[in-house]
Design a protein around this ligand. Structure first.
Ligand SMILES: Nc1ncnc2c1ncn2[C@@H]1O[C@H](COP(=O)(O)OP(=O)(O)OP(=O)(O)O)[C@@H](O)[C@H]1O
Length: 244
């Protein structure tokens, strides 16, 4: 579904992403971890067209995304969330989700159609009961769900998540994990960048570890947490997978 090959992004003299390759198959849930500054957000911005690559290729369902604008990539079926959520605070939850449907590839032609298209995303994220609440009044965890619902309203086949769990409390992390499992079970392929390694280990089928913009390791969650290079460069200590 997604094939990244020899991808590099150089800022001045700094290689933020260097000769990076990975593939994501339809139906997968792939986690991406790495220390601060490893290049995770840059990688996401390259895939979604917010940054042009210095070299390399990114192909989605057989065609290259390089040179396309973010809205064109969204129209092709790739949705994303942002590290810092920015809902329209003065608008209701439902209206916020509708904006996703109105500006997506299968653009809803009428408000009634957009309202209809907002139903499933609200249901999957558990926001249906909050549909009339102003987005500004939501907790951070709920705002993260809204960010997910807005992205889902664009009908993505591939969803890229940038630090969805950032800043939310433990109870909300557990709720968001259930939401992500529901989204995945609904048929959406997911690539997730996350600092909380326990979350990545619990949800991902495969984990890619980035370090200094390069792929340090790639494997199953169990392999990754036991790999000496990953422990040394990132985890600092072996992780108790059973407890995760
Ligand atoms: N627009 C930019 N201009 C110059 N350097 C940049 C730019 N964006 C990122 N960088 C640098 O590229 C490197 C990778 O940054 P990036 O934000 O992708 O890392 P990250 O893994 O997402 O980090 P974090 O976990 O802290 O979000 C860092 O050294 C960063 O300072």
């Amino acid at each position: 579904m997604l094939e990244i090959s020899g991808l590099s992004k150089i800022f001045g003299g700094l290689t933020a992403v260097g000769d990076f390759s990975m593939t994501v198959g339809k139906g997968e849930f792939v986690g991406v971890i790495g220390p601060n500054g490893a290049g995770k957000t840059t990688l996401m911005n390259l895939i979604t067209g917010y940054l042009p690559p210095s070299s390399g290729d990114i192909r989605f369902e057989g065609t290259s995304l390089v040179g396309l604008a973010p809205y064109q990539i969204s129209h092709r079926g790739i949705g994303r969330t942002f590290q810092v959520v920015r809902p329209f605070s003065e608008m209701s939850v439902e209206d916020n989700v509708m904006t996703g449907a109105l500006f997506s590839g299968q653009r809803a032609a009428t408000l009634a159609k957009a309202r209809e298209a907002a139903e499933l995303p609200m249901e999957l994220t558990g926001l249906t009961a909050k549909r009339h609440v102003m987005a500004g009044a939501l907790t951070l965890g709920e705002k993260k769900k809204l960010e997910l619902a807005r992205a889902l309203a664009t009908s993505p086949r591939l969803l890229l998540l940038d630090e969805v769990m950032g800043g939310v409390n433990r109870g909300e992390v557990d709720e968001l994990m259930l939401v992500l499992q529901r989204i995945h079970a609904a048929g959406v392929t997911i690539v997730m960048i996350e600092h909380l390694v326990e979350v990545i280990i619990a949800l991902s089928m495969r984990v890619v570890v980035l370090n200094f913009g390069r792929k340090l390791y790639e494997g199953s969650p169990d392999e990754v947490v036991e790999h000496p290079d990953v422990i040394e460069s990132y985890l600092g200590r072996p992780l108790d997978v059973e407890a995760a």
